[in-house]
Design a protein around this ligand. Structure first.
Ligand SMILES: *Cc1c(COP(=O)(O)O)cnc(C)c1O
Length: 384
């Protein structure tokens, strides 16, 4: 039996939600933070429960768990944060302060520090605010449709603290390959930080980022890793990770308002262990099965085209998750999405393709048993 990404047969309406009148959502959208990101494996919850029975010295725990996680994921070192967005703030703070105590305490006042975070114009994204939270300024390089290495070179003034690369935008027009960027940045001593929050699976993507020259790689703990939703990782160069730790909870710092409790630290470690033991081919076979079942329930009609998609176009990642796309002249995907989320008693969450033209179903957080309800919901609003 393939290991479906969500195996815990949750009650249809856990009473903690039902008591509040908040209906649980069937998730055919993916690891969306808005929906709770992912569901933790029961073994992660067990580890968290166990962790809740004793006090520990948090910095010692962070170091020990970080070492083990780094080993498992093929990185030199790891810092545990309160999410990938927190990782962006903490990494920016690290690169501006070099981890020096007086400077750490001074942030977000950046006087006397390099405070520029460079980004390719095509890589600007909705999480920019997390970088600016540290006091850093983002400066665009190149044009949204076009950027050259010499644009980067021209931007490398002494006030540059780091270069932020959005993993999801790797292949868009106006992007530059990591392998091209890395040597130039290294020559100028500017850390290359990759936001890869949602770029796994596959697992091997992480060591590949380092082989391509990334100094740090930021991951969400609450997406594919299925750790606590309020967790994340900064992986990479040991000196930089140490500087991240200086800017992270429990130090009084930018990261102090982004707490990761002992249960979260232990839970994330357990989640990474489980993730590394998981057979990715089996997981993928489970997704294929869900996609097959969706396609069986939703045959195309004269007005609606239903198709299997393995995204290869830029902007949808992780790339290796099969999906179902539904389109047609009279279909307004954003409206379908809204209607299904407003559906009662069982709301269904679906995605929209990057170009906005099709409804996109992602099997990553969907159980096989939930497929009939998704099919039923779509049939209520589409001419199927
Ligand atoms: C989801 C996401 C984040 C935020 O991750 P959290 O762990 O929820 O903080 C940051 N960057 C990208 C590209 C993401 O997809």
């Amino acid at each position: 039996m393939p290991d479906l990404s969500v195996e815990a047969p949750a009650e249809v309406s856990p009473s903690v939600y039902a008591d509040l009148g908040v209906p649980p959502v069937i998730n055919a959208w993916g690891t969306m933070t808005r929906l709770g990101g992912s569901l933790m494996d029961p073994r992660v919850l067990e580890a968290m429960e166990e962790a809740s029975h004793a006090f520990v010295d948090i910095p010692t725990l962070q170091l020990a768990a970080g070492r083990r996680i780094a080993n498992l994921l093929g990185a030199e070192a790891a810092c545990i944060t309160a999410g990938a967005a927190a990782g962006l703030a903490v990494a920016s703070a690290a690169c501006m302060t070099g981890g020096k105590a007086a400077k750490v305490a001074q942030l977000p006042d950046v006087s006397g520090m390099p405070d520029v975070v460079l980004m390719l114009a095509s890589h600007r994204f909705q999480y920019d605010g997390a970088v600016r939270l540290s006091g850093a300024r983002i400066v665009d390089v190149g044009q949204p449709e076009k950027a050259r290495l010499r644009d980067v070179e021209a931007a490398l003034y002494s006030d540059v603290a780091m270069f932020l690369y959005t993993g999801q935008e790797e292949f868009v027009a106006g992007s530059i390959a990591l392998e091209e960027l890395a040597p130039l940045l290294q020559e100028h001593g500017v850390p290359l930080v990759v936001d890869a929050a949602a770029e796994i699976p596959p697992r091997e993507r992480i060591p590949r980022y380092f082989a391509q020259g990334a100094s740090l790689v930021i991951l969400s703990g609450g997406k594919a890793l299925r750790g606590p939703q309020s967790s994340g990782l900064i992986l990479g160069r040991a000196d930089l990770v140490e500087q991240c730790a200086a800017n992270n909870y429990p130090n009084v710092s930018v990261g102090r308002s982004m707490k990761t409790d002992k249960e979260t630290i232990v839970g994330l470690l357990r989640a990474v262990e489980i993730y590394c033991e998981t057979d990715e081919d089996e997981t993928r076979a489970g997704w294929e099965q869900v996609v097959d079942e969706l396609l069986r329930g939703l045959p195309s009609t004269s007005q609606v085209t239903v198709r299997r998609v393995i995204p290869t176009i830029p902007d949808i990642q992780p790339l290796n998750i099969p999906r179902v796309y539904i389109g047609g002249d009279r279909i307004e995907p954003a409206r379908v999405q809204r209607l299904l989320l407003d559906r009662r008693p069982r709301p269904v969450a679906v995605g929209v393709s990057v170009d906005g033209a099709e409804v996109a179903l992602n099997p990553q957080c969907l159980r096989l048993e939930e497929v009939p309800e998704v099919v039923k919901a779509l049939r209520e609003v589409l001419p199927l």
